[in-house]
Every structure is written in structure tokens, then in C-alpha cells.
Design a protein around this ligand. Structure first.
Ligand SMILES: NC(=O)C1=CN([C@@H]2O[C@H](COP(=O)(O)OP(=O)(O)OC[C@H]3O[C@@H](n4cnc5c(N)ncnc54)[C@H](OP(=O)(O)O)[C@@H]3O)[C@@H](O)[C@H]2O)C=CC1
Ligand SMILES: O=CC(=O)O
Length: 378
């Protein structure tokens, strides 16, 4: 594993939130005939309103001590400052996809968007984005296409279904899936894209709604090294850091491990808040104590106060956090690694989902415990 390029600015809190369909059906396709693209050589100039141009940050050499043995291909550091020439597609305009596509647009890129629920494209179209009526139409008209979908099922159907992205791919084109999915799904998409002669990069992101708005995401990429270099300027518009981790599957695995840790941290924090309250302490003081010490994490100080008020404005939907824990359990199972803490946390998120909290922020997991504590009192 090697850190490859990237830019950075002052740390910003990732957790605060500011603030008719044309869906392909899942029918995996045989390899498609290559469809060479017309590559308009359009520079993607940066315009002043973009929140960009951060000083570059190179991690210290010692960082490579964490290099993973699975990392095989190490691309040259993508040149900084090099602009991307070409058109950019964006599939999936949810909480994350909308601000990511908006940042590309603000930076002057030629952007074509598609979303299953078409109305979510309207704002970007009003700001100058083009509209593609299907994922295939977007990929056939763009040099590179990003996809930010909910889960493995939607990532697969959008990439490989009827009228899916693969149908518009061909030699010289790139497909970058930034959704959080498991490695097996990513490898399936990689194969479908590669069979068309196109290139594939998985690039899930760490960071939530606010970092997406601020262009402060962290990309965990793996796959085609030359595509990584090609899209590096675009990643730098949307993010502050990027890692290249080698073969397809490694980016997915890294993202799943990170979110496994996050899901357990939030579950444990929820227990702490409720226990402090039960024994007569002020949970707001607990948040302050935690925030000042060695276990401090931005997530606690940002989400804690609203959790105390039982408010969960959605930045990272709870259903997606539970999906990530489910994927972590699958990943751990594949290598016979016990993850009992994450398994217990997963149960809690499942309870929260069953209480109708799927679309709330994942901090609403505390409600599952509140209910448990109330029922044990009866
Ligand atoms: N929110 C966050 O803080 C972060 C999320 N992520 C990950 O990013 C991904 C997207 O998250 P987020 O934007 O929050 O999620 P949202 O739920 O806001 O958006 C999901 C997107 O997927 C689309 N979609 C869902 N099902 C289908 C389908 N069957 N066919 C076509 N499109 C579909 C939705 O379309 P439609 O509008 O029609 O429903 C929407 O565009 C997830 O994998 C998540 O785990 C990663 C980092 C942070
Ligand atoms: O996937 C969620 C995040 O905050 O990162």
C-alpha cells in the first residue's frame, strides 16, 4: 500500500451536516462490444467558487510501514495540478453523490448526471449539468463515470443491469465506483467493465455529508492504476486524501474495516451516554470529558449533543451503517476472524432498523438501547 498524492487542508469535522425513475433491471450481460468513445478534449478548469487548492500533504515515509502485503501495483504518484481532460458522468445523487457531483460542476467540469429518481438531478441540471436518461447513456457520452449507489445490489444493477453503465463502456473509458460495497461485488463490476475494454477503479470514500460538501473526502482506491492517475485531479476536487491500495477488493475491504470500527464506536458511545444519565451524571459533561482525552473523536463531540436531545439529522443513514457491519461480518467470516464486538453492534443496528430508524442518522442507534433499558425496567 502506498499513499499516492492527494491534498489536504485543515481538519474539518466530518460528521456535522449543513445544511420519475429510469432504473436498470438486474440482468448481467455477456461481454459487450467495445464502443470507442468520442473524447472531447475539454479541460476541466477550476473556478474560484470551488473549495479547492489545498496545500499538498505527503504522509511521512514511516507510513509505508503499514504497507499491506496484498498491495501489488504501485502507480507513480499522480501529478498534482494536472487537470483532467474530458467529460465526467455521475450516477447516484443521494446524500453523498449530489455534493460530490456539484463540486465537480463548480470546478468547471463537463458533468452528465443520472439518478433513479430523476427529480434529484434537477438542481444540478439547473446549474449546468447535462442529463443522461440511463447509466448506459451517461457512460457512452462520458470519458469517466463515477457511481455513488446505496449498497451492493444497487451498485451491481446500475453497473451491469439492462441499460446499465457497462453497456456504454468501451476502450479508453473509465468507471469509478465510489459506493461502499463488498469486494465480491466490486470484482463482479470490475469484470463486466473490463470485458468491454474499459477500465475500473473502486474508490469508496471515508467522510460523510459535510466532507462531501466541502471536498474533504478520503478516497480508498484500488484497481486500474492508470485510471487512478487519470482521475486523480477529479478525486482532488472531491477529496482531501487518496490512497491507492492495489487490487480490486482492497479498497472495499479497507472501507468496510473502517466503518466496522465506526459502527462499534457509536454503539459503545450510546451505551456510555445512557449509562451516565442513568447514574445521575450529565451526559453533556461526559461528552466534554471524552472529547478532551485520549479517546476523543470528532464523531462524539459533533453527534453527542444532538443524541442527548434525541435528534438525529441524517448525514450517514443508519441503514447504511448496518449494511457496512453486515459486510464486515461477511469479510471476517471469509478469513475466520472473530469480530464479536462488531457482531454485537450489528444486532443493535438491526433493532434500530426494526424500530423504523433506517433513514435517520446512524447515531439513532442509541434509541435501540433506550428502548431496551425502558423495557428492562418494567
Ligand atoms: N452518507 C454518508 O455519510 C456516507 C455514505 N457512504 C456510502 O455511500 C453510498 C451512498 O450513500 P448516501 O449517498 O448516503 O446514500 P443515499 O441513500 O442518500 O443515496 C443512495 C443512492 O443510491 C440510489 N439507489 C438506491 N437503490 C437503487 C437502485 N436499486 N437502482 C438505482 N439506484 C439506486 C439512490 O437513488 P434514489 O434517489 O432514486 O433513491 C441514491 O441515488 C453508500 O454505499 C454509503 O454506505 C460512504 C461514506 C459516507
Ligand atoms: O461511511 C460513512 C462515513 O462517515 O465515512
Amino acid at each position: 500500500m502506498r499513499y499516492s498524492g492527494g491534498t489536504s487542508g485543515p481538519y474539518r469535522d466530518p460528521f456535522s451536516s449543513s445544511s420519475a425513475s429510469s432504473s436498470p433491471s438486474l440482468a448481467l450481460r455477456e461481454p459487450l462490444l467495445p464502443s470507442p468513445m468520442a473524447a472531447p478534449s475539454i479541460l476541466c478548469p477550476r473556478i474560484p467558487i470551488a473549495p479547492l487548492r489545498r496545500p499538498s500533504l505527503l504522509l511521512p515515509r514511516s507510513f509505508s510501514a503499514f504497507a499491506s502485503p496484498v498491495s501489488s501495483r504501485l502507480p507513480d504518484e499522480a501529478p498534482k495540478g494536472k487537470e483532467f481532460s474530458g467529460s465526467v458522468g455521475f450516477l447516484g445523487l443521494g446524500i453523498m453523490g449530489s455534493p460530490m457531483a456539484l463540486n465537480l460542476l463548480k470546478a468547471g467540469c463537463d458533468v452528465t448526471v443520472w439518478n433513479r429518481t430523476k427529480s434529484k438531478c434537477d438542481h444540478l441540471i439547473s446549474l449546468g449539468a447535462k442529463f443522461g436518461s440511463s447509466p448506459a447513456e451517461v457512460t457512452s457520452s462520458c470519458n469517466v463515470t463515477f457511481a455513488m449507489l446505496a449498497d451492493p445490489g444497487s451498485a451491481l444493477v446500475v453497473a451491469c443491469g439492462t441499460n446499465g453503465a457497462a453497456e456504454g463502456m468501451g476502450p479508453g473509458k473509465g468507471y469509478v465506483d465510489v459506493s461502499t460495497v463488498d469486494g465480491a461485488t466490486s470484482k463482479l463490476i470490475n469484470k463486466q467493465i473490463k470485458d468491454t475494454g474499459g477500465s475500473f477503479l473502486e474508490a469508496p470514500v471515508s467522510g460523510s455529508k459535510k466532507p462531501a460538501e466541502d471536498g474533504q473526502l478520503i478516497f480508498l482506491t484500488a484497481g486500474d492504476a492508470s485510471l487512478y492517475e487519470t482521475v486523480a485531479p477529479l478525486l482532488d476536487i472531491m477529496g482531501k486524501l487518496r490512497f491507492y491500495l492495489g487490487d480490486v477488493g482492497n479498497g472495499a475491504a479497507m472501507k468496510i474495516v473502517v466503518n466496522m470500527i465506526m459502527g462499534s464506536m457509536m454503539a459503545s458511545f450510546s451505551e456510555g451516554l445512557l449509562l451516565s444519565e442513568k447514574v445521575g451524571l450529565d451526559p453533556n459533561v461526559l461528552i466534554e470529558v471524552v472529547s478532551q482525552g485520549a479517546i476523543s473523536a470528532p464523531m462524539y463531540s459533533v453527534k453527542g449533543p444532538s443524541m442527548v436531545k434525541a435528534a438525529y439529522p441524517t448525514a450517514f443513514p443508519l441503514k447504511h451503517q448496518q449494511k457496512d457491519l453486515r459486510l464486515a461480518l461477511g469479510l471476517a467470516e471469509s478469513v475466520s476472524q472473530p469480530i464479536p464486538i462488531a457482531a454485537a453492534a450489528n444486532e443493535l443496528y438491526k433493532v434500530a432498523k426494526s424500530r423504523g430508524l433506517s433513514d435517520q442518522d446512524f447515531s439513532a442507534v442509541i434509541e435501540a438501547l433506550r428502548t431496551k433499558m425502558h423495557s428492562s425496567e418494567q
